[in-house]
Design a binder for this molecule. Structure first.
Ligand SMILES: [Zn+2]
Length: 497
């Protein structure tokens, strides 16, 4: 089917401009861009975009669909307290819950201008082929593109943090010692089965791997996951040096940084994504850059969990590919890529004295579109409105007060937009949101199902929650005390954390 989008103003990120242009969409792909009134095939249906600013769909480089049913459950949580809560936050899920939780996120992301996401989804205690397919189905049904990467670990949180087990009171230590995860071989077998029966088109919903955190995984597991990623050309996404506790754990366990250790295993490469990458030193950045690896920059999450902030400018200077993500509903709460961009901008100014080193709005919007597209491995397929790329287009309402008056569209999108200006969203030539109405998801049913599931899960996980809350004080204080240790890192320029 051919469509001609007429009357809109096409965003030019580099030029901070939005000139009138028509866009011909053939099937799921942008075929041609031309001046207003350009000739279109006779069979092309016209889509009126007058009064609309057309921008490429935002791409979320890091999120967790399983957490959408647990939206905003914690407040003053460090990363360690969040991980401690994982058994009750994500436990007891049915296949329908896994689908539902993911679907909630798709609605929020589409409504806020996002058309593709890297979803590190988690099934407690281990991934299943049916679960992964249900998660993929939620993206397929919503119309969003996604990379679904199951988070996997073969070492429990309490065992993974050096010294934590011994620091727990005896009663809790016994409880922690009784917890276990499946051997990595069964997680990898589930992934392999999911891969071999994956029903979704590669340019729509694809599968990747996410060994969750380096020290939560045995060396044999990381090597096995890397072999699978290499063999099947799949993404490999891991949380790297996210908190100071994790950075210290790397040095304690491996005698070097986590990044150096992963490098020694041969894991770093063009398909490798480091989420967060807050506690990197200069050598770590070079390791990532030399390998062609990417970073998913999640400044909202880093601030919310008190982890510090990634040195985005230094990463870019070093040649690391950078995308922007929201992270999860349990650690940055909304899945609003506009907010993620705004925070990325704000924190870059807090980090640098020299205003010429602050991230510019066109850089940030570039990271949230082309940059994140590269993180997902969609490279030249999405991330821009250009002939040959997929027609993933966000229609912003120029009559919305966010654009009244329209002075600088790029600055206004990054610094002024909060998602309320999104009027319609096209993904692969198909309208997914039109006139602020979701066409692919019954939102009233979604709300009913979500309320019922949240209530049921709260009851089902009540005992687990009570148990994990008994750990909170010991886990939280252990992290705080350990974090007082010095961890010197040398970075480019004058970055602070
Ligand atoms: Zn994450």
């Amino acid at each position: 089917m051919n469509r001609i989008i007429r009357g809109g103003r096409l965003l030019d990120i580099e030029q901070h401009a939005a000139e009138p242009a028509d866009i011909l969409v053939a099937g799921d792909t942008v075929r041609e861009i031309g001046p207003p009134g350009m000739v279109a095939p006779a069979d092309a249906a016209t889509l009126d975009a007058s009064g609309r600013l057309l921008m490429p769909g935002l791409v979320n480089a890091h999120t967790h669909g399983h957490n959408n049913l647990a939206k905003c459950v914690g407040d003053r949580w460090t990363l360690e307290l969040l991980l401690n809560a994982a058994p009750w936050v994500t436990g007891g899920r049915t296949l329908e819950d896994k689908y539902l939780s993911t679907l909630i996120g798709t609605v929020e992301m589409v409504r806020k201008g996002c058309t593709a996401a890297y979803d590190l989804s988690f099934e407690f205690p281990a991934p299943t082929p049916e679960g992964l397919q249900a998660i993929g189905q939620a993206y397929a049904d919503s119309g969003m593109r996604a990379v679904v990467a199951p988070m996997m670990a073969d070492r429990t949180f309490h065992r993974a943090i050096p010294g934590l087990l011994d620091a727990l009171p005896a009663g809790l230590r016994h409880e922690a010692e009784a917890m276990s995860l499946e051997p990595f071989e069964s997680s990898m077998a589930a992934w392999e089965q999911a891969r071999s029966t994956w029903p979704f088109a590669h340019d729509h919903v694809r599968l990747a791997l996410a060994p969750t955190i380096p020290h939560h995984c045995s060396e044999a597991f990381l090597r096995a996951a890397n072999r699978a990623a290499t063999e099947h050309e799949a993404g490999f996404h891991i949380h790297l040096a996210e908190s100071k506790v994790q950075a210290l754990a790397g040095v304690r366990l491996y005698g070097r940084t986590q990044t150096a250790w992963l490098d020694s295993l041969g894991v770093l490469g063009p398909r490798f994504t480091a989420a967060h990458a807050v506690w990197l030193d200069r050598d770590d950045m070079h390791r990532l850059a030399d390998a062609g690896a990417a970073v998913a920059h999640n400044p909202g999450s880093n601030a919310r969990l008190g982890n510090g902030l990634a040195a985005a400018r230094a990463l870019l200077d070093t040649g690391v590919r950078v995308g922007i993500g929201t992270d999860a509903c349990t650690c940055s709460d909304n899945l609003n890529m506009f907010e993620a961009m705004r925070i990325a901008s704000m924190v870059s100014r807090v980090q640098e004295l020299d205003y010429e080193r602050w991230l510019a709005t066109e850089e940030i919007l570039g990271m949230a579109t082309r940059g994140s597209a590269g993180v997902l491995g969609f490279d030249d397929e999405i991330g821009a409105i250009e002939p040959g790329r997929k027609a993933d287009i966000v229609f912003l309402d120029l009559a919305h007060v966010n654009y009244v008056p329209l002075n600088d569209p790029v600055n206004q999108i990054v610094h002024g937009e909060d998602g309320t200006g999104v009027e319609s969203v096209m993904i692969g030539g198909r309208m997914v949101l039109e006139g602020r109405r979701m066409l692919t998801v019954d939102e009233a049913k979604l709300a009913r199902d979500a309320e019922a599931a949240a209530e049921r899960l709260a009851a089902a996980n009540a005992d687990t929650r009570a148990l994990m809350e008994r750990f909170e004080h010991a886990v939280g204080r252990y992290g705080v005390e350990w974090s007082r240790e010095d961890y010197h890192i040398e970075r480019h320029a004058r970055c602070t954390i």
